[in-house]
Design a protein around this ligand. Structure first.
Ligand code: BES
Ligand code: ZN
Length: 617
């Protein structure tokens, strides 16, 4: 009996300590993180004051990063640094010794700074170098308007340390202020409270008052304009694109409202999107308050805007509740795909939502097949120790993560599932979660109270796709498959059957050509539907892939592919095409194009393609 009371008191004590700590933002134990040198349990950064000059002539950023630290009686603090030139370091205003440790290809170097046990602030004076991996410096030719240079950063997963010395783990949360000096005719914007107009002197001040993980610190500099979409949403883009962006994304406010109705208030005040030059390596990047997006999402008919829903959804899954380590990346992306598809359903209905889900389902099938000799890579919870976190950033996290959550939703019912998720975001707001933490939370807040048995461990910790997966059905896609079959059987095309098709139906049509399709079929389709000349980037990508697979060279498609690969740097698109060349024993063709295109790619895209084609190594 006594024992029980003691145990109870102890548990209550532990629980109350944990909540106390959370409330005053003194985060509890940080779990081991293999992609950062930081030792946050001893001394951790809490606030960043960044003061930098952006110099387009030398293509460098230089300045000072000053941190407010939480110091648990430490004699040193360790930051991550990669390809940075560290000039001088101060502790509470006085010069202090520092050392840069051995260089690691993935992680860079630990920057160890001597501090006293009562040191509260450290300042690092530094410069970026021409090896920086986060920054892409574009000359005017690489922009849309072709008259001014452009700069943007990409922090995820571990690149922030190549433009700011920092404790670069997703478990770290900091607020930040920044002063950024840029050439007078350009505008600077960040993942923070942003200007809507250029300043007269090229000096910009920023504030991010909510604590965010370092991979979400972002900066873009260019000849930008702003157009509002609603009182709290809007677009930044170069002059010739800004109106197109505004009308393409005109449903943004509706998306925010739909998202709030599902999982609680939008906590970041403003939701803007900046449309970057086409070399931006991702479709979108969820930098808080300011999503970075590829211009290839502007199709003219809003058909690719699920990408905006996706980046918006990260305002909850990812930015508010963050994966603790990159091994838990599926917690960011799987939840976000689920949430994205729910937003799309709320705005445009179940047909559209299921088509998007099925396109992802096919991606998943192909990814699992591609990993047939590395089944461990098809687990949701990964072990990326000694690997580049990028290795885990594939369809498994996104689409297996989605399928797991959708299967759960169907098992417990939407009402219970939504209440559970809403609470999960609320309870864990502004903190990080491990996979194990989520599994515990799921068991004790959804499954056990409702007496539901579910193979959670199989989904999360085992390879492949469990048998109880939800089966996603789309009558629209069934119709597409039948139509495709009939066009091939009849050796003729009935255009009237396709007039009402959406982008998703075209993508499904093209991706599901049978292995035995003939050049005549492809030619007939290209003549009837003008596929080679499509202005929709997703349709173009899947069509080009098929022309490579099946050796179709009509309508000058090879020229189009080459132009596309030189202009666009979106990694998912270009890697799909280079992979198709490789799979079809056409590496020489791929290399011939890659040699011309590589200079236009951001480092993350170039690295993926270098590895794929064995380029330069
Ligand atoms: N956060 C990701 C982009 C990312 C992933 C950057 C991994 C660095 C490492 C972003 O939210 C994303 O998933 N973008 C997708 C779009 C999407 C609709 C699936 C993309 O870029 O294609
Ligand atoms: Zn995402």
């Amino acid at each position: 009996m006594k024992k029980q009371v003691l145990l109870f008191a102890l548990t209550a004590l532990i629980l109350s300590c944990e909540t106390d700590k959370k409330e005053d933002n003194k985060t509890v134990n940080y779990v081991k993180e293999s992609h950062s040198y930081a030792q946050p349990n001893t001394s951790v950064i809490k606030h960043l004051d960044l003061n930098i000059d952006v110099d387009f002539d030398t293509k460098t950023i230089n300045g000072t990063a000053t941190y407010t630290i939480e110091n648990n009686n430490a004699s040193e603090i360790i930051l991550d640094s990669k390809f940075l030139d560290i000039v001088r370091v101060e502790a509470d205003g006085k010069d202090t010794p520092f050392t840069l440790g051995d260089f690691d290809e993935q992680l860079g170097q630990p920057l160890s700074i001597v501090i006293k046990n009562d040191t509260k602030h450290i300042s690092v004076h530094y410069k970026t170098t021409n090896k920086t991996e986060a920054l892409q410096w574009l000359n005017p030719q690489q922009t849309t308007d072709k008259t001014n240079p452009f700069l943007f950063t990409q922090g995820q997963a571990i690149l922030t340390r190549t433009w700011i010395p920092i404790q670069d783990s997703p478990q770290i949360r900091i607020t930040y202020d920044a002063t950024v000096h840029v050439p007078k005719h350009l505008m600077a914007v960040m993942s923070a409270e942003n200007p809507k107009q250029k300043t007269a002197d090229g000096s910009y001040s920023f504030k991010m008052k909510q604590p965010i993980s370092p991979y979400l610190i972002a900066l873009a500099v260019g000849d930008l304009e702003y157009k509002a979409v609603s009182h709290r949403t809007g677009v930044y883009a170069e002059k010739s694109l800004v109106d197109k962006a505004q009308s393409e994304f005109s449903d943004m406010e509706k998306m925010v409202v739909a998202a709030e109705n599902l999982y609680g208030d939008y906590d970041w005040d403003q939701f803007d999107v900046i449309v970057l030059p086409p070399s931006f390596p991702f479709g979108g990047m969820e930098n808080p308050r300011l999503t970075f997006a590829t211009p290839t999402v502007i199709a003219g008919d809003k058909s690719l805007t699920s990408l905006i829903a996706h980046e918006l959804a990260h305002s909850w899954s990812g930015n508010l509740v963050t994966n603790a380590t990159w091994n838990d990346f599926w917690l960011n992306e799987g939840f976000t795909v689920y949430f994205e598809i729910r937003i799309m359903e709320a705005l445009y209905g179940k047909d559209r939502a299921n088509m998007i889900a099925l396109i992802g389902r096919q991606d998943l099938e192909e990814e699992v097949e591609g990993f047939k000799h590395e089944p461990d890579m098809t687990k949701l919870k990964l072990d990326l120790t000694n690997k580049n976190p990028d290795d885990g950033m594939n369809s498994i996290a996104y689409d297996k993560g989605y399928l797991f959550l959708r299967t759960l939703e169907e098992k417990v019912g939407r009402e219970k599932f939504d209440a559970f998720l809403k609470n999960y975001f609320k309870v864990n707001a502004f903190s990080t979660v491990t996979t194990e933490g989520f599994v515990d939370y799921l068991n004790s807040n959804l499954l056990e109270p409702n007496g539901i048995k579910f193979n959670v461990d199989e989904w999360v910790y085992q390879p492949g796709i469990p048998d109880n997966q939800a089966i996603i059905v789309s009558n629209k896609f069934k119709n597409v498959e039948n139509t495709l079959g009939s066009f091939i059987d009849n050796q003729s095309v009935d255009v009237s059957k396709t007039t009402a098709w959406t982008t998703q139906e075209w993508v499904h049509f093209i991706r599901n050509f049978p292995e035995t399709i003939t050049i005549d079929d492809l030619k007939r389709f290209d003549e009837a539907f003008n596929l080679t000349n499509t202005s929709n980037s997703h349709v173009a990508m899947v069509w080009y892939e098929q022309t490579i697979n099946h050796d179709y060279h009509g309508k000058n498609v090879d020229r189009h592919i080459e132009d596309f690969l030189i202009r666009v740097g979106r990694r998912w698109y270009v890697s799909t095409l280079y992979k198709a060349y490789k799979r079809n024993d056409k590496v020489d063709e791929a290399l011939a194009i890659y040699k011309k295109a590589r200079a236009n790619y951001h480092s993350v895209t170039a690295k993926t393609i270098d590895d794929m084609l064995g380029y330069g190594g």
